[in-house]
Design a protein. Structure first.
Length: 260
């Protein structure tokens, strides 16, 4: 009986959050960063650096959807084909299809297949080489802003963390000043699986952050995220469907500015 009450309460809060979110999403926005607002209509070139095909849909889809809907040019650099189960070629194609759903043109998606960046736990990626690859993309596409994982990398996966370290390394090593980069804030496990309920926590933490160093990005198109994830058919097992529905990263992203 007690469990039923707890379950019912959670379900009610969940539904209320989802409704509030769908009905009032636009009134939550008060971004201080022009790349998120883009009221002036200035198009920026954004580079999203991820580790495996499906990171973009599982974790970053609220951000990608916001950026593309505001007219920005999003490029995706995926550091591996996700070949841990010898499915690399398939997963690469899946990333292209998911990107199309997220409105990122296929020619702006790069999937690396480098011996030094192979998918897997315990595979340490060469951050100095990673930094060089990021730098090449940065210059090639006149990138204005980089977005990537934070130091924990959402799930703690070492490949996610190495991607973060590679981007930081690039920021430190390059002669170019004022590189703007943002990281996806990892939340604790309860928040991570609280679905749309996490919107409240995220809004609070972003509001209390100092002078616009943190932004909370709500997903205007949660169904698009689900559709994008479902393109990753090789990964689309029942537990991932559950993950996508319960994961707060389907509904909200908190971005924090990376300072050198
Ligand atoms: C972004 O939009 C909000 C609300 O529309 C506004 O208060 C804020 O000043 C804008 N920020 C920039 C940088 O344009
Ligand atoms: C990492 O990459 C750098 C730059 O390409 C290279 O000089 C270095 O030898 C590499 N380190 C390892 C451990 O492979």
């Amino acid at each position: 009986m007690e469990w039923f009450m707890i379950f019912a309460s959670v379900a009610v809060i969940w539904l209320a959050s989802l409704c509030k979110f769908i009905l009032h999403a636009s009134s939550f926005y008060s971004y201080h960063s022009s790349f998120l607002n883009n009221t002036a209509g200035s198009k920026r070139n954004i580079l999203l650096v991820i580790a495996h095909p499906d990171d973009e849909s599982m974790f970053f889809s609220p951000t990608i959807s916001l950026l593309t809907s505001r007219g920005h040019n999003v490029h995706i650099l995926c550091m591996s084909t996700g070949n841990a189960d010898n499915m690399g070629d398939v997963r690469k194609e899946e990333l292209y299809r998911a990107s199309a759903i997220l409105k990122v043109p296929i020619q702006q998606v790069t999937v690396m297949d480098h011996p030094d960046f192979q998918d897997g736990f315990g595979k340490i990626w060469n951050t100095s080489l990673l930094s060089k690859i990021v730098e090449k993309k940065y210059n090639e596409h006149a990138i204005d802003i980089i977005i990537t994982f934070d130091n924990y990398g959402v799930s703690g996966h070492c490949n996610h963390r190495d991607v973060h370290h590679g981007v930081r390394r690039f920021m430190l090593d390059t002669a170019q000043q004022d590189i703007e980069a943002w990281e996806l804030v990892s939340t604790n496990i309860i928040r991570k699986y609280s679905g749309p309920i996490d919107i409240w926590f995220s809004l609070r933490s972003a509001q209390s952050s100092l002078n616009g160093q943190m932004h909370c990005v709500l997903n205007e198109y949660p169904r698009r995220s689900y559709a994008a994830m479902s393109q990753h058919l090789s990964q689309w097992a029942w537990f991932r469907k559950l993950f996508v529905s319960f994961s707060s990263y389907t509904y909200v992203n908190t971005l924090r500015k990376i300072n050198k």
